[in-house]
Design a protein around this ligand. Structure first.
Ligand code: CU1
Ligand code: CU1
Length: 288
């Protein structure tokens, strides 16, 4: 039975409560922090050695698709009615709209330390202590819109720029690609203005606080953001007549990317799964 992932702004009061409660229960069971650890472990950048699977690589999309499926399975073990909703940040662009409401993820951080003090994930509620992090903070932080140097969420036009590219990804298959759907969506650029952070990356920047860097999973907005990114892959495939994941075979021994990225039919750690197997998941879920 396939299930449906909905726009977070359309969830009923009951659906919101069940989604939040499932997240809190997965956290209470200790499973949530395993997801945080996994993301920190696989947050390998261009400048480091070894295989990159989660970021700055073609497998950005299938890696996060599988990661979301694992979290969704954990949520559905708690409550089988729950699916991961998506946040359409081209439409819900204010700091008070979904998903930033009291009955969903709570609002902006407060004061100089940007502590989230509203909603179910506020530290004082007692259910959301950060345990796995690159800093020492025990509470969730946000700086919506980046108060000191404001930036805007990506627009529909900026997202369209990525979707219009008919090629999945191109050499050198990293954060420096100026062509290809994957990096136009993932959003690595150059410079100091907002062009340095496009689409996916710009949303992490806009939320700020815990959403910056490898421990970004600590903010549950990670999942609703990545569900929307995941939806874009499906829309892109549909628009370009089932265009495929690239590269279709591994870069040869002479290439700088040899052994550093995952080709279509190679295993994508930490799972025993290939990008090819993640390209069509319509038998598992669909988007409403
Ligand atoms: Cu990630
Ligand atoms: Cu991300």
């Amino acid at each position: 039975m396939t299930y449906v992932r909905k726009d977070v702004s359309t969830l009923t009061g009951t659906e919101r409560r069940r989604f939040v409660n499932a997240l809190l229960e997965v956290k209470r069971r200790g499973e949530y922090d395993e997801f945080v650890r996994t993301h920190i472990t696989y947050y390998t950048s261009d400048g480091e050695h070894g295989l990159r699977t989660a970021h700055m690589a073609p497998s950005f999309l299938p890696w996060h698709r599988r990661f979301l499926l694992d979290l969704e399975r954990a949520l559905r073990r708690v409550d089988s009615s729950v699916t991961v909703p998506y946040w359409d940040w081209t439409r819900d662009r204010s700091m008070t709209s979904a998903p930033w409401t009291e009955d969903l993820l709570g609002g902006n951080g407060h004061g100089p330390d940007h502590q989230v003090i509203t909603g179910p994930f506020a530290h004082a509620q007692g259910n959301w202590t950060i345990k796995e992090s690159v800093t020492d903070g025990k509470f969730l932080t946000r700086d919506l819109g980046r108060s000191r140097a404001p930036i805007a969420l990506p627009t529909g036009t900026e997202l369209e720029w990525a979707l219009a590219d008919p090629v999945y990804d191109t050499s050198p298959w990293d954060s420096t690609c100026t062509k290809g759907f994957r990096n136009k969506l993932e959003g690595w650029g150059t410079g100091r203005d907002s062009a340095a952070w496009r689409n996916h990356n710009r949303v992490h920047r806009w939320v700020g606080g815990a959403m910056l860097g490898g421990a970004s999973v600590n903010d549950p907005v990670f999942w609703v953001h990545h569900a929307f990114i995941d939806l874009q892959w499906t829309l892109w495939q549909r628009r370009h007549n089932g265009a495929r994941y690239l590269p279709d075979s591994p870069p040869g021994p002479g290439s700088e990317q040899h052994g550093r990225i995952v080709a279509r039919h190679e295993k994508m750690p930490p799972w025993d799964v290939t990008p090819d197997e993640m390209e069509d998941v319509s038998w598992i879920y669909r988007y409403a």
